[in-house]
Design a protein around this ligand. Structure first.
Ligand SMILES: C[S@@+](CC[C@H](N)C(=O)[O-])C[C@H]1O[C@@H](n2cnc3c(N)ncnc32)[C@H](O)[C@@H]1O
Length: 208
């Protein structure tokens, strides 16, 4: 598990090659770093939304939303409303254009800013593809803000101090082509609600 984590971190770092790195600004640099832009492959997007059972009553937040694909698909295929939060202005613009093209601009919004500045109290589903350190930092925010029953679905990086409601493993050909590693894990969690204790996770050796 540790080797896998290190491999993924290295691969995420590699993705920051020429032409792929997000444009930097002083504000960008001051934000807690959840990692570079690495898009979730479309197959994985669909599996994440299915795992969280996203439907028309949901308000989906993708924290670090990249080109907006998770939020756009949640609206287009599952009828949900959605908000993407992304620090990179170009990606936010691309997301807004993508939402118009997909015909869901009335149901989704893309905010340029820091993940930690959004209010998650109305959220029913959170989607994530962020580095492990960011996951640890987000854990208290999720405990404090997410309503009881909200689902969190994370691509590859677990919330190590939360008990998993489900876990899926499969290979993604697109990821194999882009990152050289197709192995994919999805983790599902359920929020207990503000103020309620999250039961301790039965942590498996090496999962931290
Ligand atoms: C691995 S990409 C995932 C993109 C998208 N969620 C997906 O799965 O396709 C992580 C994204 O998080 C953004 N990000 C990292 N830290 C952030 C922060 N503190 N506030 C807002 N966005 C952040 C990065 O710019 C990047 O686009």
């Amino acid at each position: 598990m540790v080797a896998r984590r290190e491999a993924l971190l290295a691969l995420l770092g590699l993705w920051l090659g020429p032409g792929r790195a997000c444009a930097a600004s002083s504000t960008w640099n001051e934000m807690p770093d959840g990692g570079p832009y690495v898009p979730t492959p479309q197959l994985v997007v669909e599996r994440m939304l299915e795992l969280a059972k996203v439907g028309p009553k949901d308000l989906v937040y993708d924290l670090g939303s990249g080109d907006g694909r998770l939020v756009i698909e949640a609206a287009r295929r599952h009828g949900a409303r959605g908000v993407g939060v992304e620090r990179d202005a170009d990606l936010v613009e691309r997301s807004r254009a993508g939402a118009i093209k997909a015909g869901v601009a009335d149901r989704v919004r893309f905010l340029r800013g820091d993940i930690f500045e959004v209010d998650l109290r109305q959220t029913t589903v959170v989607t994530l593809y962020l580095l492990p350190e960011m996951m640890l930092r987000l854990s208290p925010k999720f405990r404090a803000e997410l309503p009881a029953g909200a689902r969190i679905v994370s691509h590859d990086f677990p919330l190590t101090d939360w008990p998993q409601a489900a876990m899926l493993q499969f290979d993604s050909e697109e990821k194999e082509q882009n990152l050289g590693i197709g192995a994919t894990q999805l983790f599902l969690y359920r929020a207990p609600g503000p103020g309620a204790a999250v039961p301790r996770s039965p942590v498996s050796p090496g999962s931290r």
